[in-house]
Ligand binder design. Structure first.
Ligand SMILES: *Cc1c(COP(=O)(O)O)cnc(C)c1O
Ligand SMILES: [Zn+2]
Length: 446
């Protein structure tokens, strides 16, 4: 634990503070989310972002190699000896002009941040390296999470790299096959609950409280500290410049919350001169954030969020027995746990929220596959959302946009195969059947 960090409740009427040596995940006084805060005056922070580039020269040190910990001054809550790393964050920011053309943007303006290149194949590893470091710091021996899939894959991988036991809860039938295969292969105790993600989330919180397990959902504020590094790497990829827009899929809203916090801190530290705008993209079948922000006009309001709007909304979901449905299983969530922090991020980044259909998501996914390195459905919501925002004229063709591609193409092979084989969309590329005959095969090849 470092002296310069502490946990603080985000509720301005409470504001309770705790040291970082405790694992609580929700304010014990009022039940709100907790933030990690720093006394920046007591921390050495480089005077320019570009100073971090020096760490490339010393990357034989695993902490300097890590795409999270080489920015460690910006998430300074833990001594080096407790830090857990398996080489996360070796991701790339790819300028993609072919995809830019599809969304009617100028050459050189669209960038794809490939978080699928992480060890477990999703951005979640950025958060797990941070959270497991905290888990080690507090001496945890057992951990748990609820998951739409990628959290469980990442938890399982990190848990075993640092000798902590793990149990993962998944909604039965709601998980993409690539992800389920990882949880089992990495040796997690996997519990399939007859229900959706929101049901798993409720159960895991009670299980953690009753059994004293370390919780690894994005309720965990230390996870979000690690996810800030995705933004540091985008800035790095742009030669230490800030883009005009960040676009991110919205599920449990941990990423969007972390990104807003990252930019607010960088601005406060004078490391960037402006904060980019942010667009958060839901799927239409799981669009709680879109509905609450665009229709119910829910805002951060300096921390005084109108709780009645949220309570009424969730009561209605319960009354209707609503369960979210989208092909993008990673964002199939109707009660996002980081909702309030996300509202704060929208406030910081002058953010907007949109929802896109499954059809738009799958076409965008095929496009990213054809012209980029591929991604899973939830990640492709960013490009589908960007297309909307270009059509509305909210984003200009010559602005610089970075889309966060959150997960790897191989995570959800079923969706990909069905899209192509069953000709489900504009970019379907089905296999051609041929008899085992050379002349016929020769005729088929174009
Ligand atoms: C977890 C996940 C998301 C959702 O991110 P949140 O931070 O929960 O909003 C999106 N895409 C992929 C691939 C994920 O694994
Ligand atoms: Zn509180």
């Amino acid at each position: 634990m470092t002296d310069a960090s502490y946990q603080k409740c985000i509720n301005p009427n409470c504001g309770a503070e705790f040291d970082c040596g405790q694992a609580m995940f929700k304010c014990p006084s009022c039940g709100e989310l907790l933030d990690i805060r720093y006394n920046w005056d007591e921390i050495y922070v480089p005077s320019k972002m570009s100073e971090f580039a020096k760490r490339w020269a010393t990357r034989d040190n695993p902490l300097d190699f890590s795409g999270v910990w080489r920015f460690r001054e910006l998430l300074n809550y833990c001594e080096d000896e407790n830090k857990v790393t398996i080489g996360e964050g070796q991701t790339i920011l790819q300028q993609n002009d072919a995809v830019a053309e599809y969304v009617d943007m100028e050459t050189g303006c669209l960038f794809l941040q490939y978080e699928g290149l992480n060890p477990s194949g999703s951005f979640k590893d950025n958060g797990m390296t941070a959270a497991f470091s905290h888990a080690k710091m507090v001496g945890a021996t057992s951990s748990a999470c609820a998951s739409t899939g990628n959290t469980s894959a990442s938890v399982a991988l990190y848990a075993h790299s640092c000798g902590i036991k793990c149990t993962v809860f998944i909604g039965s039938g709601r998980i993409a096959f690539g992800k389920l295969s990882q949880a089992m292969d990495y040796g997690a105790q996997t519990i399939q609950i007859l229900g959706d993600f929101d049901d798993c989330m409720r159960q895991v919180q009670d299980v953690c409280t009753k059994l004293g397990l370390y919780l690894l959902n994005s309720l965990n504020p230390f996870r979000l500290e690690g996810q800030k590094a995705i933004m540091y790497r985008i800035i790095e990829g742009l030669g230490w410049e800030v883009p005009d827009w960040i676009i991110v899929p919205g599920g449990n809203l941990g990423n969007s919350s972390a990104f807003g916090k990252a930019f607010s801190e960088l601005k406060q530290l004078g490391l960037i001169d402006h904060v980019p705008r942010m667009a958060i993209i839901n799927a239409t079948g799981a669009d709680t954030l879109t509905d609450l922000v665009n229709n119910k006009k829910l805002t951060w309001n300096d921390g005084h969020v109108d709780q009645a709007i949220i309570d009424n909304y969730y009561a209605d979901l319960t009354a209707r027995n609503f369960s979210p449905h989208t092909c993008a299983s990673a964002i199939e969530i109707s009660r996002p746990v980081n909702l309030k922090k996300c509202l704060r991020a929208i406030d910081i980044c002058d953010g907007v929220v949109r929802a896109v259909t499954d059809e738009e998501i799958l076409d965008a996914k095929a496009l990213i596959g054809k012209h980029g390195l591929g991604c899973e459905p939830a990640s492709a919501a960013t490009i589908a959302g960007l297309k909307h925002l270009r059509a509305e004229g909210l984003i200009d063709a010559d602005q610089r946009v970075a889309c966060v591609l959150t997960g790897h193409a191989l995570k959800d092979p079923d969706r990909t195969v069905n899209y192509h084989k069953d000709k489900q969309g504009k970019l379907s590329n089905p296999p051609i059947e041929a008899s085992n005959d050379l002349d016929e095969i020769l005729k088929l090849i174009k």
